[in-house]
Design a protein around this ligand. Structure first.
Ligand code: MLT
Ligand code: ZN
Length: 450
């Protein structure tokens, strides 16, 4: 009979010796750590470990490795592929209490931030600087989780994903050692760049406890515009023109009439434009000439423009509230894919039919990031378990030269389809890298090849 809800006898006591009573949660209070916010992924855990500093994190991890107990690292629990949820009864290692942050260094524009600091807090740390990654869940998503999943979001076309913001990391390995490379040098060509490797590793190699982040100058005088268009081909060609012609372009986002109608019906959002159109492109730009460049680009097309914070927030709500839309209808399967620019318009117009051919009752809500080829395909009712939707969408994506994960990662949602994106040679190398970092094999064992 397993002791202590599946944990080896005495391990909870050891956890408490390291992290104290308040650093180890058991029972009903662990429920919020065992389910994701969409409700699509639910599990259970014998314990949630909440270290107060990196040394506690290292000691807790070493105890787990010695006892051969699997661990799911967790940040803000805002992931969308089940990679931070204990689906197989793993211990959860929450980094939420690692909240130390240094000052922003105005010379380098860098900050050292604990893994549990939210992205919104980093973005607000200095009036002259911003975080290059902007995601709708920024108030909950944390530095550690955003690096571990290589979060993308609304400004990737300008600043790249989370990996591109990282100048160094501190992380703990499952043998209890602490890796620390937080100097922040822009030029530092001294061997393997493991901070870059940890970005996107989804908690399978090491547990990030802090990071040295490169901030960007805060965009000056941002202007937001929503343009109405007659379909996705027009959305794509206008977005590509914006990339070429609008110097300070920050974002090029799209949504469609069906999602907008649901936002109106369920969330009471009035329409952005006087008359409905099939497709909408949201552009944001900042800096000298941004307003003129956008006006020149948009010309006589129907458009709504925002310059004040309140006006811009109102326009952004149409796009940023789209993740809620599929949830109004049920628990969605959320697939995020990217395709080459030449295939984007075809993919975006055909993918609803690809889904309904596999599941005639499905509704498909589409939105995403146009300029980096990323389309979010949300399908309701869900049914992630039977894999029909992944089969259909991922095969179609791969046939066009695309990726089965543009920004959310592989997690448990996409694991069986990784072969569509990565060769057997690559997957075998993943497993060897993984063994080098985590020979005990305890870190997120159900995510990525082992
Ligand atoms: C987004 O772009 O809104 C996020 O990736 C979240 C989502 O896909 O729902
Ligand atoms: Zn996205």
């Amino acid at each position: 009979m397993p002791a202590e809800d599946g944990l080896p006898a005495g391990l909870l006591r050891e956890f408490r010796r390291v992290a104290g009573e308040s650093g180890v949660l058991t029972g009903a209070v662990t429920a919020g750590y065992a389910t994701d916010w969409t409700g699509a992924f639910a599990g259970r855990t014998p314990a949630v470990l909440r270290p107060a500093d990196p040394e506690q994190a290292a000691d807790l991890l070493r105890l787990c490795a010695e006892a051969d107990v699997a661990v799911v690292p967790q940040g803000g629990n805002t992931g969308l592929v089940g990679g931070g949820v204990p689906g197989h009864g793993e211990v959860v290692l929450s980094l939420a209490r690692l909240r130390d942050a240094g000052p922003v260094d105005p010379g380098s524009g860098q900050i050292t931030a604990g893994a549990g600091i939210t992205l919104a807090e980093v973005a607000a740390a200095h009036p002259d600087f911003d975080l290059g990654v902007l995601i709708a869940s920024r108030g909950s998503a944390t530095v550690g989780g955003a690096i571990a999943t290589n979060a993308g979001g609304l400004r990737v076309l300008r600043y790249g994903p989370m990996r591109a913001q990282v100048r160094g990391v501190e992380a703990v390995l499952s043998d209890g050692s602490v890796l620390s490379h937080l100097g922040g040098l822009v030029k530092d060509n001294t061997g393997y760049d493991y901070p870059s490797l940890l970005a996107g590793s989804e908690g399978t190699l090491a547990v990030i406890t802090a990071a040295r982040l490169q901030l960007v100058p805060r965009p000056a005088g941002p202007v937001t515009v929503i343009v109405g268009l007659d379909g996705v081909a027009a959305v794509h060609s206008l977005a590509l023109r914006a990339v070429r012609e609008v110097g300070g372009l920050l974002s090029a986002e799209f949504f469609l009439a069906e999602g907008l109608a649901l936002l109106a019906e369920r969330a009471g959002l009035g329409p952005p434009l006087p008359a409905p159109v099939p497709a909408y492109l949201l552009l944001e730009a900042a800096g000298p000439g941004a307003a003129d460049d956008l006006a020149g680009l948009v010309g006589d097309l129907p458009a709504a423009v925002g310059t004040s914070p309140a006006q811009r927030a109102r326009l952004w709500a149409y796009r940023e509230r789209h993740p809620e839309v599929a949830g109004f209808l049920g628990t969605p399967v959320k697939l995020d894919v990217s395709v080459p620019a030449a295939a984007w318009a075809r993919f975006t117009s055909e993918v609803p039919g690809v889904v309904t051919a596999a599941d005639p009752g499905a509704r498909v809500i589409i939105y995403g990031h146009v300029a980096d080829g990323n389309v979010h395909v949300n399908i309701v009712p869900g049914g992630a378990a039977d894999g029909r939707h992944q089969d259909a969408v991922f095969s179609y994506t791969a046939s066009l030269g695309g990726s089965i994960s543009a920004e959310h990662g592989i997690g448990v949602l996409k694991g069986p389809w990784l072969g569509l994106a990565r060769s057997p040679v690559e997957q075998a190398l993943f497993a060897r890298i993984r063994r080098a970092f985590d020979p005990a094999g305890i870190l997120n064992p159900h995510v990525l090849p082992r």
